[in-house]
Write a protein that binds this ligand. Sequence first.
Ligand code: HPA
Length: 307
Amino acid sequence: MPLSGAGKGEGLLLCRRTPYTPAVEHRFPKFAPEMEWLQRQRLHWSELARRLREQLPQQPHAAVILGSGLGGQALPAPLWQCRYEELEGFPRSTVAGHSGELRLCRLSGIPVLLFLGRFHLYEGYRLEQVVVPVILGWLLGARAFVLTNAAGAVNPELVPGELVLVRDVLDFTLRSLPVDGEFRRHYSCCFLPRTWRRAVRECIGAQGIACVEGTYAAMLGPMYETPAEIRFLRFAGADVVGMSTVHELACAVALGCPVLVLSLVTNAASGNRAAPLTHAEVLSVARQSARQLWRCVEIAVAQMPAE
Ligand code: HPA
């Protein structure tokens, strides 16, 4: 179902009727006038959220969006689950390795929403569809987000199976959320909180799992990068490359939520290897490392900042 094409006047009207929540008010008091777009997304999904709230046995405190092949057997038993097809108006997962399910689980004793499968611009989805899991998660009560993805190693020191805690992003999709003004100026200092990252990194290290911090570069895809693009990304400071995550990150930050991004290195990036890269290779490494990644997600949830 297309998003409501509320015109400018209509959006403003809706803004006046539904005030910003305390979380947004508290963190970004000056942003409200620029948040008309965000407000529209929230209104659009509010009816679905209301219906889901009636079904969920508990209110989630956080949401996790899982990337390619990163679900499967590693996941805990759900308290509740449904398929994306059952959610009216919700996009469908079209990429192999994204099963397209929404679950509620307890992780480290905390009720958490799991989105098994995300939406990409290269699937033909619009920006507002790509960020739907974040909007719906937020409407259902999630106030912190963990985003995972499979990524190629631009930094030649990274090897498949290694985990990268993302400390910064390079957005080469060149598609920004239409939330302007103050938010854009403050975005870079309020995303990917350092204290949460550090706490997670220490706990991961204590469990003997190798994990480094790095910069994630987002490309539009769906083709993997050319060798020249990888050389360029390395020169620009990227450690890993993928085709997702940055818009979900921006949306969660705009909603006033802390975000932790975990990239699983599934392959050497296309400029750093002899054989051509395939999605099957990405999925195979992702599946082998799913248990380890899942352990890190649990740690991330256990360490998430209090509201
Ligand atoms: N490039 C882009 N996206 C990816 C890659 C890659 O090498 N690996 C997994 N997702």
